[in-house]
Design a protein around this ligand. Structure first.
Ligand SMILES: [Zn+2]
Length: 245
């Protein structure tokens, strides 16, 4: 039973057996993994605050060759984000964030950018960056990392560049200029398109410059739908954030 260690964010826990919990982890080097926390249900102190949503933990674990589940042996808390995550103004965003990571990112998709994106989200929220802007930034990047973000600088049909505003194709795979538009009804302003490009090169701590320029709720709704469309899923946690339904 080889022993390994990984730094992770906790994405959620479920009862697994009478005594054990099943834990979903976003690791910094192996993507998302499922782990058993033995005794965590029976004895609350066994893992304590290590299993709170979005706790950052250095876990030690072991596994058996044939099994897809690993077993946690112990963990050291790197950083608790409990205060930020459990804040009533934040908690539903973090539920939705965890659900997107769990259901949209394939298992074993090993891309360290996802881990860094989640850490940046937590750190910047702790610094007071506005939640909707941060959440929007996350959505744009998770789509980009999964290879599903369209090119915001070119019409998908006629390849026109320098478009001042555009419509999103109904299959979410590109934008159309005003010449090529037919019955699409999601419109992006020039600022919307510029924002998408801006996220490629800028850190979330600079997000405040967009506060008055873009309609955050509209963009969050659109990118959430894009995730649901491409992932062939319906995000249940979004029911708690009705403005994005
Ligand atoms: Zn066009």
């Amino acid at each position: 039973m080889p022993i390994a260690a990984t730094r992770s964010f906790v994405l959620g826990t479920l009862p697994f057996s009478e005594q054990d919990k099943l834990v979903h982890l976003l690791t910094n080097d192996k993507g998302i993994i499922k782990a058993i926390a033995p005794g965590a249900l029976k004895n609350k102190n066994r893992f304590g605050s290590l299993l709170e949503l979005f706790s950052e933990v250095e876990f030690q674990y072991y596994w058996q060759e044939e099994k897809e589940l690993v077993t946690l042996s112990k963990g050291d808390l790197v950083k608790s984000y409990f205060q930020i995550v459990s804040d009533p103004g934040n908690i539903f965003y973090f539920y939705l964030l965890a659900e997107i990571l769990l259901r949209f990112v394939p298992y074993n998709h090993n891309d360290n950018r996802i881990y860094r994106l989640v850490r940046a989200f937590l750190e910047n929220r702790a610094e007071g960056i506005e939640m909707n802007l941060l959440f929007l930034y996350f959505l744009v990047w998770i789509l980009r990392i999964e290879g599903l973000m369209f090119n915001p600088g070119i019409c998908h049909n006629c390849f026109a560049k320098e478009i001042s505003h555009a419509w999103l194709k109904t299959d979410f795979r590109g934008i159309l200029c005003s010449q090529c538009k037919t019955n699409e009804n999601v419109m992006f302003t020039g600022d919307d398109l510029q924002f998408i490009r801006w996220t490629e090169k800028h850190a979330p701590k600079e997000l405040a410059v967009w506060q008055e320029k873009i309609d955050c709720a509209k963009l969050i709704r659109t990118f959430k739908q894009m995730i649901e469309y491409h992932g062939e899923l319906s995000l249940k946690s979004s029911q708690y954030l009705p403005e994005f339904m």
